[in-house]
Design a binder for this molecule. Structure first.
Ligand code: SF4
Ligand code: SF4
Length: 174
């Protein structure tokens, strides 16, 4: 008799087969901020639930809010009480797994890494996508930051309808 898939099998399916974790897996991992947290202020979302040897998120954080420790395959642990939402960890993550989200009334904002050319520009109307690249809703580019220290990973901020805050993770390539 077939068994129901457990969480590890689901992870296998979405990460290894589909290439991205599902929202359910991320919630189970405790890395999806609540509506209350998102309304209280910008929340770092570290969508890194695969044990890989990596820690630039930890070393990039000037406030000790992200810890990988030893072994380096540990999953990053976020201490929200130490996080200032400075965003330095966004371009530092080679897996493009870190974004910052917030909610203001019925509008949401997301800051995310962007490595495609051409870069978007402030005021652009763009299409926001979920973790599998499926279009979710429209959005308006608020800012594009690309200082030299980002090593060509721009950080784009987009405003979009708040009802999609959990699903949106990036924008569609123009
Ligand atoms: S946003 Fe800034 S303070 Fe918060 S975890 Fe990232 S680097 Fe650290
Ligand atoms: S830098 Fe990114 S991929 Fe590497 S451990 Fe941190 S969140 Fe995960």
């Amino acid at each position: 008799m077939p068994m129901s898939p457990d969480a590890s099998n689901t992870t296998e399916t979405t990460l290894k087969t589909l290439g991205a974790p599902s929202l359910e897996e991320l919630r189970a991992a405790g890395v999806v901020p609540s509506r209350e947290e998102l309304t209280a202020g910008p929340c770092v979302c570290v969508e890194c639930i695969e044990e890989i040897p990596c820690n630039p998120c930890e070393t990039s954080c000037p406030h000790g809010a992200l810890t990988v420790g030893q072994p380096i395959t540990n999953l990053p642990v976020l201490d929200r009480s130490k996080c200032t939402a400075c965003g330095l960890c966004i371009p530092a993550c080679p897996g493009l797994a870190v974004v910052i989200k917030s909610l203001e009334g019925d509008r949401a904002k997301i800051r995310f890494p962007w490595e495609y050319l051409p870069y978007p520009a402030k005021g652009d109307e763009v299409e926001m996508v979920d973790r599998l690249g499926t279009p979710v809703c429209g959005g308006t580019v608020i800012s594009v930051l690309n200082p030299v220290r980002n090593n060509r990973t721009a950080v784009v901020t987009v405003e979009f309808p708040g009802e999609y805050v959990d699903d949106v993770i990036s924008m569609r390539r123009p």
